[in-house]
Design a protein. Structure first.
Length: 76
């Protein structure tokens, strides 16, 4: 009986650690995605400064800018 309770306790600990790892993974994936968006945004800003941007670049620049602003507001 004691062994059964021990196993239940271990199972709960494992489930908790699994949930924590899943959360960390989601956070890392989100952070990685935001870093890629910021890199693309920076590239488009440089392209615009040199006068090499087109309409599609301008639209993407606006979308990336809005995405970054929303993310920053959510993190505050």
């Amino acid at each position: 009986m004691a062994e059964f309770k021990y196993l239940e306790k271990q199972e709960k600990i494992i489930e908790k650690k699994k949930a924590e790892l899943e959360d960390k993974t989601k956070n890392l994936l989100h952070e990685s995605k935001m870093n890629r968006i910021k890199e693309k945004y920076d590239t488009l800003v440089k392209k615009k400064k040199f006068g090499k941007s087109n309409l599609e670049d301008e639209i993407l620049l606006g979308i990336y800018k809005d995405t970054i602003e929303i993310e920053e507001k959510e993190n505050k």
